[in-house]
Design a protein around this ligand. Sequence first.
Ligand code: ADE
Length: 330
Amino acid sequence: MELSAQAVALLLKWFAENKRTLPWREKRDPYRVWVSEIMLQQTRVEAVKEYYLNFTARFPTVERLAEAEEDEVLKAWEGLGYYSRARNLLKAAKLIAEEGFPETYDGIRALAGVGDYTAGAISSIAFGLPCPAVDGNVLRVMTRYFADGSNIDEPATKAKFTEILRRAYPKEAGDFCEALMELGAIVCVPNGAPSCGACPWSGLCKAHLTGAEESFPVRNEKKARKIVNATVCVLEREGKYALEKRSDKGLLASLYEFPFFEGEADVGRFGEILEKKKAKHIFTHIEWRMTGYLIKARGIFPQYEWRTAEEIKNDYAIPSAFKAFTEWLQ
Ligand code: ADE
């Protein structure tokens, strides 16, 4: 299998004419490319835009980021999800501030929080290196193009297409890399009909030419999410609310939450229940089904940090899983 020079040229032309205006495409230095690619891991472009602008305004250089407290970085990440990305970003920033931004694929790949895909993206976009960035979107485009039934959840499939793309890399490395992502994001979309009429490869794509777009990609069946019931207590006392910091390991590590209990908890012991509501939050592998209580606290409960709504809003990163309950704060 080979991606022809003609295919590459068609893609680059299409990208030049159709690429979206995105904030991280305006000003390109390695720091900004890196921040944007970390934010774009597992997160939609639309969701990232505003965070990217706020984050780069608050931390305009890697040195400024390196000096920040972890809580400040988590606050800037609040609502974006996958918070280990923020912690790794800070960790890597400290290294980069000391040693400079790495300029090789291996150097970039060694940064905390950077996997093969992100290392390929940063190498291509920031340094013009011929290093493919291959994720599920790119594999969808590739398996359709070649009508290739390899399972894209198998590492060998990713390795195979990485090599095909490496051989095809033009000198416009960054544009090529982003053009593939862009094609997967706005034309060769998952589920439902891809917009083959708008695709620069419609005359070359084997899946399209045989009417088999929907047969690709082939992948593993999704496992069902684990369902976890939980109780969330919004305790209020004299205009302050009880917070606790989650463990620095595991789901939502180091973020703040309201007193949280797996399963059903005896909430009457905290005080008078004023309101109750249910909410759920879906993570990649887990679904929380929460019952939340707004409670007028009777007692000191010194195990918690007590903060005003204003302090919480400004300084504490509360995951969006608790959004239904932060609405109670006033
Ligand atoms: N997804 C990952 N990186 C991207 C980029 N640079 N532009 C658009 N979507 C992306």
